[in-house]
Design a protein around this ligand. Sequence first.
Ligand SMILES: [Zn+2]
Ligand SMILES: [Zn+2]
Length: 189
Amino acid sequence: MSDGEYTIDDELLARARIHAREVIDESDLEIDLESIEWAVSTRAKRRAGACRWDGDRGVATIVLTRRAYERYDWSAFAVVVRHELVHAWEFQQFGESGHGPRFRERAAELEAPRHCHSFTEPRYVLCCLEADCDWRADRHRASAPVRSPERYRCGVCGGTYAVEHVDSGRTWTTASGYGGAKSALGERW
Ligand SMILES: [Zn+2]
Ligand SMILES: [Zn+2]
């Protein structure tokens, strides 16, 4: 990269930040933009965005995918930005985030559909918990890595990962967490 060159990543982030500011000004979402960090993923292939939470620092990081920015028109990409903003809001307010009723309600207000950040819609998603790793793997059945995540490791960095039941937004990191989510959801499982 040469000095002063304005890259597509700079453009993506500038537009996303401006959009976030507009959305927050126009809604009653109590979100602290100052403690949100933004990043571009050049590696992600299957999702357009992600939001990570560092509870110790109280910082949500919204990661947007360059490939999606190149592929989507702006209005579609803006939906991704709003979707991840709702995750950031949940993290800031509650220290956790998923795609449950609370998320859906806020996402609807911001016209940010629930599953927009995924190119495909798996039943479960394995998601690395390490801050600098964006490994993510889709699973369509409750295989052993879904049922007992503590016995396995991230496919890229070897860190621990969480499993998300995509439809409910429930997440777990242990076999007992899996059992708890399954029994709590009952028929919705
Ligand atoms: Zn999401
Ligand atoms: Zn990892």
